[in-house]
Design a protein around this ligand. Sequence first.
Ligand SMILES: [Zn+2]
Length: 145
Amino acid sequence: MKCKNPKLCSKKHEKWKKNQRQFIPIGEREHELFLKYLEKKTAKLTLGRHSDKRQYQRLISTNDVNDIIKNGWVIERNFFPNDQSVSLVILGYTRTYRPIHVVCIVLNDDHWFVKTVYSPVSKEYKWANGYQDRICFCKDKEEDE
Ligand SMILES: [Zn+2]
């Protein structure tokens, strides 16, 4: 698999970079806040059914997901005006050094919903800079999220 429209995706990447320069710092603050609740053991992390199934298929454990949220960092923040929701993509590494992306919906300062989990290695062409920068925006037949 590779990018089907490099010219368009390159343009989209420029826009993505510009937007994320503004949004990632907001996501970092949301992440820090959530970690404080985790420390106090008052944070709530809900795993979606979808993420359960995906984890199982891709052999990513719930421990991995927790580790990545604790030790990873925000690489993308999106706001969806339709339902006013915020999602964060967090990059981290498992104990065996597999890079993993965890996509979380911020339901509240102290309550996140894990929407999906995957290894960006499976679609290497979509990422640059150590799986931190989205460089391909092509839609796949098999949906990612
Ligand atoms: Zn593309």
